[in-house]
Design a protein around this ligand. Structure first.
Ligand code: TYD
Length: 226
């Protein structure tokens, strides 16, 4: 059976990697085989492109070129890691995916929608996530959390942008989630970590583990049916 594909999206410091790791642990505790990954990156070739993008080396070429590079990294990641895992029946949990390109390059970077759509059609095609969590925080809180996590290491090309940029990102993720509300769930991460983790896990159970949640038929029901 084909595995399920879950992505975590949102601005800086919203807790994507913590919450994706918690979902991975929970799935493993149920005996489900899970591949945890991230973008940009996730395959050796895509990790090289990640370095080019996050160092800012591609920035002078403009948002179109950055969008194409994110797509090239995603293509490699999908071909070498994500699709083979799903085909083996593994679940894939990924930090960032196509919605990050839609928001960072499309909405904020103003790459034309037909370009973003064309890249998706070529690269992602049918491999859209089954479920996407959009982790949501006011931009100033997220940036503060990202700063604390980073410590003394240097801010990457995107973290260096202004507060207005990050607030626009937040609105962008919310807008994508509203349009694709079947797939996307906005999660307020101002709440205590455990509360947020419990909410996320309940949604995974409800949406992707239906068999486990449905009540077992009682003996009477079984008798009546036979
Ligand atoms: P990373 O350190 O992985 O950030 P985070 O911890 O916030 O997930 O850096 C990834 C950066 O790349 C992040 O600032 C968002 C950006 N990005 C894009 O602009 N477009 C994309 O398609 C992806 C996947 C990421």
């Amino acid at each position: 059976m084909q595995g399920r594909f879950i992505t975590f999206e949102g601005g800086e410091g919203t807790g994507k990697s913590n919450h994706s790791a918690l979902v991975v642990e929970k799935l493993k505790s149920l005996g489900i085989s899970v591949k945890q990954s991230r973008e940009p990156g996730g395959s050796p070739g895509a990790e090289i492109i990640r370095h080019v993008l996050l160092s800012g080396a591609a920035q002078p070429f403009g948002p179109d070129a950055e969008a194409i590079l994110f797509a090239a990294a995603r293509d490699d990641h999908l071909k070498l890691v994500i699709r083979p895992a799903l085909e083996r029946g593994q679940w894939v949990v990924c930090d960032r995916f196509v919605d990050s390109t839609r928001v960072y390059q499309g909405i904020v970077g103003q790459v034309a929608p037909p370009v973003i759509r064309a890249l998706e059609r070529i690269v992602v095609a049918q491999t859209m996530p089954d479920l996407t969590f959009m982790l949501d925080l006011p931009a100033n809180v997220g940036l503060q959390r990202a700063l604390e996590r980073r410590g003394k290491s240097k801010a990457d090309r995107f973290e260096q942008e202004t507060l207005t940029y990050h607030e626009t990102l937040r609105q962008g993720f919310r807008a994508v989630a509203t349009v694709e509300s079947e797939r996307c769930v906005i999660i307020d991460t101002m709440a205590p970590m455990q509360e947020v983790a419990d909410r996320i896990w309940r949604i995974v159970q409800d949406r992707l583990l239906p068999a486990q949640n449905s009540p077992k038929p009682s003996p009477q029901v079984k008798d009546a049916a036979s």
